[in-house]
Design a protein around this ligand. Structure first.
Ligand code: SF4
Length: 638
């Protein structure tokens, strides 16, 4: 069955060392049916062509931005771009991040399905994609600029502020800090896996794109019928769906009930959930007084992202441009005890401008602030900075020191576990520092206090590309079609109840990976009944695969999860690594539904059960070789 739409059929392959750009055909239809696009196709390329023994920042390691076959089509929120590379903070993992806005649609409209970048530029460079014309340009004038100014200046210099999207790094990526992200279209960015660190290692400052074409559709009328049905179920979606939480900048109306009241706010390095609850109320009250403008991504009716102008108080006139989730506010502000809503928004904006994902540096600063407030560190250790909880100006100063690798900043720039060791060793407290560091496998979590959601808490531990939104099982955005029993939501009291949550995890991961491969925003699907069938149908009508079923979709998701595990295996993962996390992450919470409760002692058994559910070897956590043909992954056997 020939491909008649969805894909543009071309990729860009960039060699920065040689200064070349080649337009390549996409892989065969068989490969596309197996991996579809987005992170799935990126992981295929990693397995196919990347040397498995190099670190993420080695010039031989690729950096990719992939779209999917629905990106740039009339499908709901068809805006997803996935960064795929080796993980900069976890030596054995792939790193996958997701961003939205207009960049993906513009790349598709320019005629490409993705960009693969190899090598290292001799001097700062950026890639300019203008339909058929693609060239590498000097980025020296932009090196050192924040992401906001980089976007603006490149658009001005290309003389088109309206039709160009710029994906870029900031000073955090240039300095190759852990947690550096790629920003685009002001409100959006991809951070998990530290893709900005990898871009920085390649001296690639930005990829700017303008596209004037369109994405072909195999059966346009049927496609539009499916899209209409899909939009209908989004609008009718249940209370717990992302739509109902986030639409029209909903996070700043719902942060109090959705995060605060559920004790989900990561406050003071997860030591004070009660203060997090109060902050949630204050943030909502403050934002209700200020000017908020929802910002849609391409073809998005949800419009979770927003610009906000503070119209009163000491920051009156200050404008922030943020994405629609709340992990940015938690990671930039509440984790260091900022309880002033204005300062919290300023900090979130600052992280974005520096091009830093708040999960990693937020985790580092949460640890440092707690250590200071416990008296484990003094101003003698912090270059004179007073790290009393909430001192956001001192946090900014620490980040600037980290970017310059100056003083205490040089220690912070080494990463979560490494910084804890370096700071704790002089006083003999390295183990204590390690225990209070909120990390999984050395990477930052999606910054919330997940302890009231034990299923989701566990899901981050075993997510296949380091801690990430990778499918949360049944107690967080459950997927009705997954067919799992509905276990005790949130916090369970018994081992059996908690164990039951593990059984719901694989199928939620398969659906999440499937949606992530399509080039759409997950917020149009997670927790919305009907979307598994509608998304499979939409792909069929877009591409011309009219036989594509929900079972095929789930198989794509399962294949992606297993392909990521093969990368773990090939890069030296051992089962011991699965439970490499800071104790704070699983400590009993001091308040809220998880008060006094922890699943810590059950985690090893839960890991074994997860491996059993996945069909993996329980002794090693590896994909069993005999399952590779069934998964259609045999070409990647070790
Ligand atoms: S829901 Fe939010 S993140 Fe998703 S496409 Fe729309 S504006 Fe972008």
């Amino acid at each position: 069955m020939a491909i008649r739409g969805g894909y543009q059929g071309r990729m860009l392959r960039v060699d920065l060392s040689r200064g070349t750009v080649v337009k390549e055909a996409l892989p065969s239809e068989d490969v596309l049916r197996r991996f579809v696009g987005g992170n799935g196709l990126g992981v295929y390329y990693l397995l196919k062509e990347a040397p498995m023994d190099v670190v993420a920042t080695d010039p031989r390691a690729p950096f990719m931005i992939m779209t999917g076959p629905l990106a740039g089509t009339p499908a709901p929120s068809s805006s997803d771009w996935a960064t795929v590379c080796f993980h900069a903070n976890i030596p054995y993992a792939a790193g996958i991040g997701h961003g939205h806005g207009f960049w993906a649609a513009r790349l598709k409209h320019a005629g490409y399905d993705g960009v693969r970048v190899y090598g290292q530029a001799p001097r700062p460079a950026y890639l300019w994609i203008d339909d058929d014309r693609v060239e590498l340009r000097d980025a020296t004038p932009y090196w050192g600029l924040g992401t906001r100014e980089t976007e603006r200046r490149i658009k001005v210099d290309l003389d088109d502020a309206e039709n160009i999207s710029v994906a870029c790094i900031g000073p955090g990526g240039e300095a190759m800090l852990p947690g550096a992200m790629v920003k685009a279209d002001r409100n959006h960015g991809a951070g998990m896996g530290s893709p900005g660190t990898v871009m920085g290692s390649k001296k690639l400052k930005a990829i700017a794109v303008r596209g004037t074409g369109r994405v072909p559709l195999a059966t346009p009328t049927a496609f539009m019928d499916t899209v209409a049905a899909w939009e209908k179920v989004i609008l009718a979606s249940p209370q717990y769906s992302q739509y109902n939480l986030l639409h029209d900048a909903g996070i700043i109306r719902n942060y109090g009930t959705g995060l605060g009241d559920t004790y989900w706010v990561a406050f003071k390095n997860l030591t004070d959930p009660e203060a997090g609850r109060k902050f949630g109320q204050h943030l909502v009250e403050a934002c209700a007084r200020w000017r908020v403008t929802p910002q849609p991504s391409y073809n998005c009716q949800i419009r979770c992202a927003y610009d906000l102008e503070m119209t009163s108080g000491p920051f009156a006139g200050y404008r922030v441009s943020l994405c629609g989730g709340a992990a940015n506010i938690d990671g930039a502000a509440t984790v260091i005890g900022v309880d002033d809503p204005a300062a919290a928004l300023v900090m979130a904006e600052y992280y974005d401008d520096m091009g830093l994902e708040a999960s990693v540096f937020g985790g580092i600063l949460g640890m440092v602030f707690e250590a200071y407030n416990r008296g484990w560190l003094t101003t003698a250790d912090t270059d004179g900075l007073d790290l009393t909880w909430g001192n956001w100006q001192a946090a900014m100063a620490l980040i600037e020191k980290a970017i310059r690798r100056e003083g205490v900043g040089a220690k912070l720039a080494t990463g979560l576990k490494e910084a804890a060791a370096l700071l704790g060793e002089p006083s003999g407290l390295a183990a204590d520092f390690r225990d209070i560091t909120v990390h999984i496998k050395g990477d930052g979590i999606v910054m919330h206090d997940w302890r009231p959601f034990q299923g989701a808490l566990f899901s981050l531990l075993v997510a296949g590309c380091g801690p990430a939104h990778f499918g949360h099982g049944s107690d967080h955005r459950p997927i009705a079609e997954a067919g799992y029993p509905v276990p005790t939501p949130g916090v369970a009291d018994t081992f059996e109840e908690t164990f039951a949550k593990v059984k719901t995890l694989p199928s939620s991961q398969f659906y999440k990976m499937w949606w992530d491969n399509l080039g759409i925003c997950w917020f149009t699907c997670g927790g919305i009944p009907g979307t598994p069938a509608l998304t499979a149908e939409a792909l069929g009508h877009a591409v011309g695969w009219n036989d594509f079923s929900v079972a095929d979709a789930v198989a794509v998701g399962e294949r992606t999860v297993n392909a990521l595990r093969l990368i773990y295996q090939k890069r030296g993962f051992t089962k011991r690594d699965e439970c490499d996390y800071g104790q704070r992450y699983l400590e009993p919470a001091p308040a809220g539904p998880a008060q006094g409760k922890t699943i810590a002692s059950w985690v090893p058994a839960m890991v074994d059960e997860y491996y059993r559910q996945m069909g993996w070897d329980v002794a090693t956590g590896y994909v069993r070789p005999e399952r590779l043909p069934h998964l259609k992954l045999e070409e990647f056997a070790a």
